[in-house]
Design a protein around this ligand. Structure first.
Ligand SMILES: [Zn+2]
Ligand SMILES: [Zn+2]
Length: 641
């Protein structure tokens, strides 16, 4: 007798083992039709799995969030089958599921062309229509290697050869085609549906190693429903339009070049934006009770050894040699801040101590991983460390969350989501301390009222942490802020304070950042606003453009007055048509254009054209100054209503 428990608590007793799909049919034919896979005691399996013991059974439907991974995995197989049908002799290698989709790496002498993707996609739809049954087979390892070698699939043979000794070799077959795979899979190719699309081609080294042959990667996306695919493609299109690399170039904000890969050349306007954001953050930090410091760029290996970074982070560090010493460009500021803390004696009365730095850091990233401002090698963190007592963790967490929410809101991001990660298996510190810190964090997070999720066991070995994600204008989520409790670093670097009891105690260190890195955050801002920054952040806030040369002197006068009022103004007195000038500055995302001609010079007025509006309004020069001085106030300096 077998007892199968269903999610609703119902129990079914059976006399003999039964296949999961048959079991589904016995409950309801519609269930069998809709199910994609089955979860047996929490483990996802094929519908063909035989249920032969007491277990908890859950059928996975199309609309289940976990079903996406299955669909994408199947899409990768169908892609590989389509490619091999169309281009015989192409070898398959690996084809994993990734965020929003999948890819497959192929070895083929001839290159694929973008127009091939359409052809391959059409064949994929054919394979879906064929509705080939997908079956799982267990193979003998040697047979599997021989089989794949025999059909010229040398990469597959190598993958099988390298699998752990005790791993069962499973092959999934769909129609004539088969692939090495751990599974599970959909019951047939028809279940994939129509909601998939191939997106692009890329090169990728076999096993990610540049000394290996270059393979051809085909990226695709797959969804449960066509409407989801449509939404996703729309989002991609929006993201393409907002690409910060293109907008950054159009607006002349920054550039990057081979000689300093992963590092930013800030141009005049980009640097203006950067400094505005930095000044804003500096004011917020001061208001939040932080003080600012600056620590060295190059630090002796010895300190990194003591802090543990040399051991754990070495591959990301740039190291140089001088006077027979090894120095590393700092990849983070934390150990330096402990050096500052260690100067002099700190009393419990001095805590919490909030030490901030716009810390310039360098971390090695493989060149293939670099991506505009979003993934760089040289960056500046809006970093700070809070040294406090255990009893202050809770109030400091709350304070931090409030500051972060305020800053995100003022920068235009209202939708924030928190990830809370608690103790991992391997950790330092006593459980009582973890209990305390975890409770302090979770309670502080709950007090924010913001939505949050838990990532059990994903904290660092030295303490629990929070990650703060913001959602941008097109719904993408970006992890920017972090808050990390650390019981370890102050201890290993010898930080202590004199407690109320007169004895020395080790402070708790809270690592925290709000923007994350200035560079990446500016990248996010560019994409979020599509370059149309709020007035206070716009690198050029106003252009005074002339209709006629006779207004040149007046234009210069207007610009001078506005400049004196602290606004960022330019004049355009070129001998061009006014519509041409307006078009050009609109393209450059200048928020306001002041048009001046004979009439304006005469009446000492300006005609205002706002970005994105066809309307033109007249203002006196005084009104213009007043209006724009108000608008240029950063959000933290505006009068609070
Ligand atoms: Zn598979
Ligand atoms: Zn830190």
């Amino acid at each position: 007798m077998i007892t199968l428990r269903l999610p609703d608590g119902a129990e079914k007793k059976l006399d003999a083992p039964i296949r999961a799909d048959e079991f589904a049919r016995s409950i309801a034919p519609s269930l069998a039709k809709r199910a994609l896979a089955v979860r047996i005691d929490g483990e996802l399996r094929d519908l063909s799995t035989v249920l032969d013991g007491d277990s908890a059974i859950e059928f996975l439907m199309r609309d289940h969030p976990d079903a996406l991974e299955l669909l994408r995995h199947d899409a990768a197989h169908v892609l590989a089958e389509a490619v091999q049908e169309l281009y015989p002799g192409t070898q398959v290698t690996i084809g994993p599921v990734i965020e929003h989709g999948f890819y497959y790496d192929f070895a083929r002498d001839e290159p694929f062309h973008p127009e091939d993707l359409e052809k391959i996609e059409a064949r994929m739809h054919e394979i879906v229509k064929r509705n080939e049954t997908i079956t799982r087979e267990v193979w003998n390892r040697a047979d599997a290697i021989e089989h794949f070698r025999g059909i010229g699939e040398h990469y597959k043979a190598e993958i099988i050869k390298d699998l752990p000794e005790d791993e069962v070799i499973t092959i999934y077959r769909q129609g004539e085609w088969l692939d090495l795979c751990r599974g599970p899979h959909l019951p047939s190719t028809g279940k994939l549906g129509k909601a998939f699309k191939l997106l692009r081609l890329a090169g990728a080294y076999w096993r990610g190693d540049s000394s290996n042959p270059m393979l051809q990667r085909i990226y695709g996306t797959a969804w449960a429903e066509p409407s989801q695919l449509k939404d996703y493609l729309h989002m991609l299109e929006e993201a393409r339009k907002r690409d910060h690399r293109r907008i950054g170039k159009d607006m002349g904000l920054f550039h990057m070049q081979e000689e300093a890969a992963g590092m930013v050349f800030w141009h005049r306007d980009g640097w203006t934006l950067y400094r505005e954001l930095e000044s804003y953050m500096r004011r917020k930090l001061a208001e939040g009770g932080y003080f600012e410091v600056k620590t060295p760029q190059l630090v002796d290996r010895k300190l990194w050894e003591s802090s543990g970074h040399w051991d754990k982070f070495r591959e990301h560090m740039y190291v140089t040699e001088s006077e027979e010493r090894h120095l590393a460009l700092k990849p983070m500021n934390c150990p330096c801040h402990v050096q500052l803390f260690n100067q002099g004696t700190t009393s419990y009365r001095d805590l919490p101590l909030r030490m901030a730095e716009f810390g310039a850091c360098h971390r090695y990233e493989p060149s293939g991983a670099l991506h505009g401002l979003m993934r760089v090698r040289g960056f500046v963190q809006d970093d700070a460390h809070i040294f406090c007592t255990e009893g202050q963790i809770n109030s400091e967490t709350k304070r931090f969350c409030a500051l972060l929410e305020e800053i995100y809101g003022e920068l235009g991001f209202k939708d924030i989501h928190i990830m809370y990660a608690d103790r991992p298996e391997k950790r330092i510190g006593e459980d009582a301390l973890w209990d305390y810190a975890e409770k302090a964090l979770e309670q502080a997070v709950q007090a924010t009222g913001l939505p949050y999720d838990s990532n059990p066991g994903e904290g660092a070995f030295y303490g629990p942490k929070l990650e703060f994600n913001l959602r941008d204008a097109i719904g993408r989520s970006w992890q920017c802020g972090t808050f990390q409790v650390d019981f370890n670093l102050p201890k290993v670097l010898g930080a202590t304070y004199i407690g109320e009891d007169g004895a020395r105690h080790v402070p708790v260190m809270l690592h925290r950042a709000i923007l994350g890195s200035m560079e990446r955050f500016i990248g996010i801002l560019i994409e979020h606003y599509e370059g149309r920054f709020p007035f206070w952040l716009a690198p050029v806030q106003l252009v005074v453009a002339t209709i006629t040369n006779r207004a040149d002197a007046y234009a210069e006068e207007v610009a001078g007055v506005l400049r004196e009022a602290g606004l960022r103004v330019e004049t355009d007195i070129r001998n061009e048509k006014i519509n041409y000038k307006v078009r050009e500055h609109s393209h450059g995302k200048v928020p306001a254009i002041l048009v001046v001609g004979d009439k304006e010079a005469e009446s000492r007025e300006v005609s205002l054209r706002r970005l994105g509006s066809k309307e033109q309004t007249s203002l006196t020069l005084d009104e213009a100054v007043e209006t724009f001085v108000q608008e240029a106030l950063p959000p933290d300096l505006r009068p609070r209503s």
